[in-house]
Design a protein around this ligand. Sequence first.
Ligand code: FAD
Length: 411
Amino acid sequence: MPDAQVIIVGGGPAGASTAFFLAKAGHDVRVLDRARFPRDKTCSEYMSPQASRILAAMGALDEVEASGAAQLAGMRVHAPNGRIIHGEFSATHGFKGYRDRGLAVRRTVLDRILLDRARAAGARVEEGRRVTDVVRDSRGRVTGVMVARGSGAAHALPAAVVVGADGLRSVVGRRLGLIRTSAWPRRIALVTHYSGVGGLRDFGEMHVDREGYCGLANVGGGLTNVAVVVPVSRAADVAIDRTEFLESWIAERPRIAAMFAEATRVDAVRATGPFASSARRAWAPGAALAGDAADFFDPFTGEGIYAALRGGELLAPFIGEALADPRNADTAFHAYEKTRRAEFSGKWKVERLVGAAVAFPALINRAATVLSRRRDMADLLVGVVGDFVPAGEVLKPGYLLKLLFSLPARA
Ligand SMILES: Cc1cc2nc3c(=O)[nH]c(=O)nc-3n(C[C@H](O)[C@H](O)[C@H](O)COP(=O)(O)OP(=O)(O)OC[C@H]3O[C@@H](n4cnc5c(N)ncnc54)[C@H](O)[C@@H]3O)c2cc1C
């Protein structure tokens, strides 16, 4: 007899949204997270305007905004050649997001609110519960999870469906052999918060350098999220002293260092990476993956939270179908995979193109030279990153040819 119809491993944005939409549809859901909330998560902490649609659907938007979240009007990308790509969410291209602004808020605040919404919808949430493995029957179908019990042996919890929403190093995905770690890009990230960073307006800023990039965004309460992302070849230097590494990286770049003249670091420096990994298939008999467990490429385009929230929203109805007709559960999960690919594949292509540009200074310089003079094109790209302009708009041959070969007109 299953302990719960659905066990969700992980209570981040993917787990919370899957739990919320399932519980709201009347299903019996149990969320297990090894952490106790509020817990921090290494992240640049800004969300696309379209994420607000799902926050609203979960009844979380008002609370997130009232928590003091910063509002972002768009993105500014500083290329190594000094050109600036300035794109705004509210623009003249004819596409409109759920909101004209993105939100930026500490993950300690956001994730707790989301998990509380899942609880309010009826999900049972258990913190401090670490899943160590999946349980399978003789035919290989997932029938539950193993949960660590202090220092003693792990015990089994049965479920009709298991969801792996357990992030980048998903135990569920790995145990099921679903995860591929990408050979490229291999990057590591250092993230912290400062107060007193100067010159930041209501934009997320990316400063691309020959060796990595730095993301800056106000996250409310006078704090700036600071993320330095470098190739994994620098891992040995990071390992010696990550705080010293981050501070030197900033100090060695005068344009960025000037913004930190009056700034004070208020948090420890957290490190993560390498992070590119994806599931060759986001399901196995009896189980499905959502969020970073299913796919994560690179933080540059900053939409992992939206993808996690949307992934949960997409997955929930397919789980409903699998529960209603267990004999055809695989068909339901197969349909989830197709829907997920249709939803995200354009965005994955854009992510990879942006990732390549960031890795090769000549490419980002070229793109910045054109986009710094073509606000219309920059707005369109920022709209794609903001999840409300279809990715196909910037994958059209006309857009790409202009980006690579046009002699940019003066704005
Ligand atoms: C440097 C960096 C910057 C980023 N910046 C942005 C940004 O600005 N905007 C954006 O949208 N995205 C950003 N992202 C991506 C974003 O952080 C993720 O995409 C998002 O957190 C994915 O949510 P999730 O719920 O899938 O996973 P997570 O948020 O990682 O949640 C997974 C949960 O599973 C739990 N868990 C893990 N293993 C187990 C286990 N064995 N048993 C029980 N529980 C477990 C964890 O405790 C955690 O709570 C960034 C990522 C990085 C690395």
